[in-house]
Each structure stands twice: as C-alpha cells, then as structure tokens.
Ligand binder design. Structure first.
Ligand code: GLN
Length: 464
C-alpha cells in the first residue's frame, strides 16, 4: 500500500531512495515472525528513514552530491533497532523500511530547499516549503506515504518541519538515541527522534529507537524506558477519578517566546492551546528565558564550528564524489569538495573554520560556549516554576518556496524558538495546534526538563 502511494505521489519529492524489492522482503520476514509469535508491537509496521541515517541496501546521501549513490556497508543503530531482528541484531523491532527521505543537505537548513536533489513540497499546499531539515520525513507522514518516520534535530529539524506539515515530532534529551551511523552535522547538538501522526505513535517509536550504544560515547545508559507508560494516566498519581487529567501540571509560558516577531495567527493558536491545557486542569504561569535571542548567534557559531570539523572526512578519498581532473592532492581535495558540497554547506564550513581560527577562537567559539551554559541555566531557573514550557515552534507558518532562500540570515532567524533546547540538551516536541487563514498548519512546542520525554508525550497525548 505505502509503496504504491510513494510511487503515485512523487510530486512532493519526499523520498530520495526506495527499493520495493527489499521492503517487500522485509515485510515477508515480518509476516513470518508474527506467524511464529515472535513479533514485537511494531513488527511489520513500515517506517521511513531520514537520509541522514546510513542503511544497508538503500543509498545514504544526506541529500548531498558528495555522497550521491553512496551505499553504506552497515546500518545506523537507529535503523538496526527498528529493523529486522537477526542473530547479530536480536532486539530489532521488526519494522519494514520504506526508503530514505529527502532533507536539507547534511541537515543544514530550515526549509528543505538546500537538498542537492530538489526541495520537498508541503503536502498541504505544494507552493510552500515543508520545513527542514527533516522535510522529507514530515511530508511523507503528512501525505500518507509512511505511517511514521525518523528524523534528526540539531536546532529544530524534527520540530519545525513537523509544525509546517501538521504532524507530531519529538527531539529527545541529548544522549537518549544513539548517533552511531547518523551522518554527523554538529555532534554536541545532534539527536535523533520520531516523527508521526500522534504523540502515541511517537512514544512507541521512541521506545524502540533508544538504547545504550557503546559505539556512541555520549549515549546514555539504557533505562529500558517505555515512553508510552504515562499516555493515558492523569498527571498526578494521586488524582481522584473526578479530577481533571492535567490537574497539578504547571505550564510555563516564556514571555520572550511571545514577543515581537511572532505572527499573530501563530500566537493565537498557541494561546488557544494553552487555554485547552488549562481546561484539562493545568495551571499557566509566566516564565522568562532571557537569553532567547542569543541562541541564534551562539548556535550559528557552534554548529558550523563542529560541522567544519565533521565534514573534513569528505575529501574525495574515503567516500563519494571525486573530481575528474586535478593537478595534485590539494587540488583534488579542493575540486572534489567544491563540486560536491552545496552553497549553504560551503558557507557553514567557512564560518566554522573562521571561528575556530587562532586569534578568533576566544572571541567567538569560547564566548559562544560560555553563553551556551547560561542558556542551559536559564531553563533550569524556569523549571523551578513549571513542569513543562509551552510556546510556538517557529515564528510563522511555512513560507513560499524561494521566499527566504536569497538571504541566509533571514532563514537562520526562523530557528529562534528551537535552537536553545539543543544548546541545553533538553527534550522538546512539536504538536499540531491549528491552521492559519490559508489552511497551513501551526505547531506548538512543549519543552521538558532532562529525561522527561514520557511526561511531554503524556501532555501532548492528553491534548490530542
Ligand atoms: N535550521 C537549523 C540549521 O540550519 C537546524 C537544522 C537541524 O536541526 N538539523 O542548522
């Protein structure tokens, strides 16, 4: 069913690679597992993977020309955890891979227009962007080309396309999900997570995705957590049957998230969602995240710095594209990289190299690291007053294709509400909360303290 939908709905450009033969082979295997009573609760359910996760059998390109046609000899841990069980992978959930979804090149972007293989169109209106960088996963779920998908979020890449396409997505706490086999953008910020129709679907996928992985040194000890365990429970254990489900929950509204720059229809939808949470029993409190504005310059120093280092491995020797003609080794590196990387990726490598230079390091990189600490501390102060933070995901709904691509800084400003949680390492999710006058979806953001994913999913599920 999904393979024929993908074939019929190519116009959204949501997928970069499908391999029907392999998918059907996995589906048959899943049938056998289920018949033998060996399935998990996800066995046989199809899943699409963002092309940032390396997969055996499908191409793994991170939407870059430099990796065009690249085939990985192994599966990312996320792919293995969700995939077919085998002797080597005994805990595989048995889900069927549908293919690889389009994205901004190396996950750098907020609109999916930076893909080397063309933008993803928004299924609600094909003249608008899908958001980025996990735009292919968001559009695939929104258009019914996959029941659920994986994404990665370095500064909003799960949450913002989820908001633009009207689906639900969660970026877990840093370290929850293994980064092994996830093509690195900014390693201290990158985190994988699920993108689905509902919080319930995301809870089931996240439970299967996360595990301790000795091959990722930042991977947390496996708590064996079931992220769906609170979905249908009241917020307070002690609540009586007559109490409202979210009685006792304190929802913090950061005043900096509702200030200048936020579109009125987005503000209205998020305020209506706050009221809906209050109707379910929650108490609303105003909180402050004073350094919100600084998250943009801090992120756009640190992420390019890490990217410039991570992307040095693409040298025309070890992976992917190599220039046809060159004079010597230096020329070969230069030509291969110039031909292989798109404009935004080159821009970030240059910024990153610059801020790491001797003489500029103290002025930019070190300063940014210090402010990153302050941003994380601001969240802890806010969590003294509330249990979850509610705000918009982005200042506006999806924009028209091409509208912001001329000015990179204008595009960076769109990330204002999502970057700070990656800088702090906190879990955050995007939940659909309405439409604007042009029928484009609006998303609200729920941010929790470290390791509170199950609680965030609970609030979102009660709301949905
Ligand atoms: N839009 C941000 C960027 O361009 C975040 C992307 C992401 O989360 N991967 O870097």
């Amino acid at each position: 069913y999904f393979l024929s939908r993908i074939e019929a709905e190519k116009r959204w450009n949501a997928y970069l690679d499908v391999n029907a033969h392999l998918s059907l082979e996995q589906a048959n295997k899943a049938d056998t597992l289920i018949a033998a009573g060996k399935g998990t609760r996800l066995t046989g359910i199809p899943v699409a993977h963002k092309d940032v996760f390396v997969t055996r059998g499908w191409k793994s390109t991170a939407a870059s020309k430099i990796l065009e046609n690249y085939q990985s000899p192994f599966d990312a841990t996320v792919v293995a955890n969700l995939g077919m069980p085998s002797e080597k992978n005994p805990h595989g959930a048995g889900m069927v891979c549908l293919g690889k979804t389009n994205m901004d090149e190396f996950a750098m972007g907020s609109s999916n227009e930076n893909s080397a293989f063309g933008p993803v169109l928004n299924p609600w209106n094909g003249q608008y962007v899908s958001g980025g960088s996990s735009g292919g996963s968001a559009a695939a779920v929104a258009a019914g080309l996959a029941p659920i998908a994986t994404g990665s979020d370095t500064g909003g890449s799960i949450r913002q396309p989820s908001a633009f396409c009207g689906i639900t997505g969660i970026k877990p706490s840093y370290g929850r999900v293994s980064r092994y086999g996830m093509i690195a953008y900014a390693s201290s910020l990158d985190q994988a997570g699920p993108m689905g129709k509902t919080a319930e679907d995301c809870a089931l996928l996240l439970t299967a995705m996360s595990s301790h992985d000795p091959r990722d040194s930042t991977s947390l000890a496996d708590s064996g957590e079931d992220y769906s365990r609170f979905l249908n429970k009241p917020w307070q254990d002690s609540s009586t049957n007559s109490a409202k489900p979210l009685e006792g929950l304190r929802v913090g509204l950061p005043k900096e998230f509702f200030a200048e720059g936020l579109a009125q229809d987005v503000a209205n939808a998020v305020n209506a969602a706050a009221k809906a949470l209050a109707d379910l029993g929650a108490t609303l409190v105003e909180v402050s995240l004073p350094k919100t504005k600084l998250s943009i310059p801090v992120y756009y120093v640190l992420a390019p710095a890490e990217a410039s280092s991570n992307l040095s491995r693409f040298d025309g020797v070890r992976y992917g594209h190599r220039a046809n003609e060159y004079k010597d080794l230096g020329d070969m590196y230069q030509k291969s990289r110039t031909e292989g990387f798109g404009a935004e990726v080159r821009r970030r490598i240059l910024i990153g190299t610059y801020v790491l230079c001797h003489g500029y390091y103290d002025a930019y990189y070190l300063q940014a690291q210090k402010i990153r600490r302050i941003i994380a501390a601001d969240f802890q102060a806010a969590f003294n007053q509330c249990d979850v933070i509610l705000g918009p995901v982005a200042p506006d709904v999806a924009w028209r294709l091409g509208e912001k691509s001329k000015d990179p800084v204008q595009m960076y400003l769109e990330d204002i509400y999502t970057l700070s949680t990656n800088l702090a390492g906190l879990p955050a999710m995007s939940v659909p909360c309405g439409f604007n006058a042009n029928d484009l979806p609006i998303g609200m953001q729920l941010i929790g303290n470290y390791f509170s994913e199950a609680r965030l999913l609970q609030v979102a599920h009660q709301y949905q």
